[in-house]
Write a protein that binds this ligand. Structure first.
Ligand SMILES: *Cc1c(COP(=O)(O)O)cnc(C)c1O
Length: 366
């Protein structure tokens, strides 16, 4: 008699939900009964609690992580004629926000070991038009912040940390999103701290920038019906904030379990390259990414045949996307990003994975 194969998804949101179901459902009902739906007491409380957790002076919520990036760029006065340096190995939203402002996207290749932007490559791309850097803490590991901040200071550039995949990650003891000029977060359902829909946030230690971010988020208005500058509509709603407040209490525990799972994978998986970590950063393993030098797609299929999901984040680096055709890049312009897109494979990781399930994944990979 054969045992039925247990399916192991990349992420199981129902497993998380069942732990906090009663509390979440009560909070949602409370919001519905309050009839206060947008930017009310839960949003205000979440902004305070998130700022406190991250060790940053201001947290300014918004509608999603993509808006957070766009609002951050507007608050830094980035506009047509400016250049902003970022990584080509990220989700499109990072660079899309630059294009939306009218500024030009300038890519700098990644460090092949961490998949994060390489500070030395950033420095090579600086011109007299460069105004800012957007780095990404990819997969949940911090970028090399000391080096990046040093380059930024030397050339008088602003720094945005795209921390969409790294809520809670620490770099030299500081949470990411509290180090650069502005941090941006996404609470999309697949992120490690997630809402029940779209939600996002900016963070900053600068009082003036905080004011500006708050104003741009609501139509450039500090006072209702008085508009000082061009803004957007990017508010967080109360249901999302109420849910995020509940999950925020668990995030350190969940992140720790992710790291524990990663350690089990590190030790068990020898057929592929485990992720490399820099000593300055903790890693919250939004994704656990192995590198497979040959037959990656075959391995993905073999895993699928055994009921194990895996995913390629990201199969096509941004410099090769049609969206960025106008930059005129060739595939080899960013060789490490190209190679990463051809070799990486993200395997199941979420706090509720059981040790039995982990054993199944490790065995399947051997
Ligand atoms: C998810 C993500 C975003 C966009 O966030 P949304 O909330 O989906 O708009 C931006 N940058 C990175 C690196 C992401 O992973």
């Amino acid at each position: 008699m054969s045992t039925t194969t247990k399916k192991i998804p990349l992420l199981d949101l129902k497993a998380q939900y069942s732990q906090i179901q009663n509390e979440v459902e009560q909070a949602v009902i409370d919001v519905l009964r309050s009839a206060h739906f947008v930017m009310g007491p839960n949003v205000q409380a979440f902004e305070q609690e998130a700022a406190e957790f991250l060790g940053v002076k201001h947290a300014i919520t918004c509608a999603n992580g993509s808006d957070a990036l766009y609002i951050a760029l507007l608050a830094l006065d980035i506009k047509a004629g400016d250049e902003v340096i970022t990584t080509p190995f990220t989700f499109a939203a990072t660079a899309e926000a630059i294009e939306q402002t009218g500024a030009s996207t300038v890519f700098a290749d990644i460090n092949p070991e961490t998949y994060n932007i390489d500070p030395a490559e950033i420095e090579k791309k600086i011109t007299d038009k460069t105004k800012a850097i957007i780095l990404v803490h990819l997969y949940g590991q911090a970028a090399q912040m000391d080096e990046i901040m040093a380059v930024a200071r030397k050339h008088n550039l602003k720094v945005i940390e795209d921390a969409a995949q790294a809520f809670g990650t620490k770099y030299n003891g500081k949470r990411v999103g509290s180090i650069g000029d502005i941090g941006t977060f996404s609470f999309y359902p697949t992120k490690n701290l997630s809402a029940a829909g779209d939600a996002g946030m900016c963070t900053t230690n600068d009082d003036e920038l905080a004011k500006r971010l708050r104003r741009i988020r609501v139509h450039g208005s500090d006072r209702r019906y008085y508009h000082d500058e061009l803004g957007v509509n990017s508010r967080m709603d109360e249901i999302q904030a109420a849910i995020l407040r509940i999950k925020l209490k668990h995030i350190d525990t969940w992140n720790q379990r992710r790291a524990e799972i990663a350690e089990i994978y590190d030790q068990g998986i020898t057929r592929a390259q485990s992720p490399k970590c820099i000593p300055q950063s903790s890693h919250i393993y939004h994704q656990y990414t192995i590198a497979v030098d040959s037959n990656r797609d075959q391995l993905k299929q073999e895993l699928a045949d055994k009921g194990i999901s895996s995913e390629i984040y990201y199969p096509l680096p941004l410099h090769m996307q049609k969206l960025f055709e106008h930059l005129g890049h060739k595939a080899e312009d960013f060789p490490h990003s190209l190679k990463a897109s051809q070799t990486i494979l993200c395997i199941p990781i979420y706090p509720e994975l059981t040790d039995d399930e982990l054993r199944i994944v490790v065995e399947a990979l051997q």
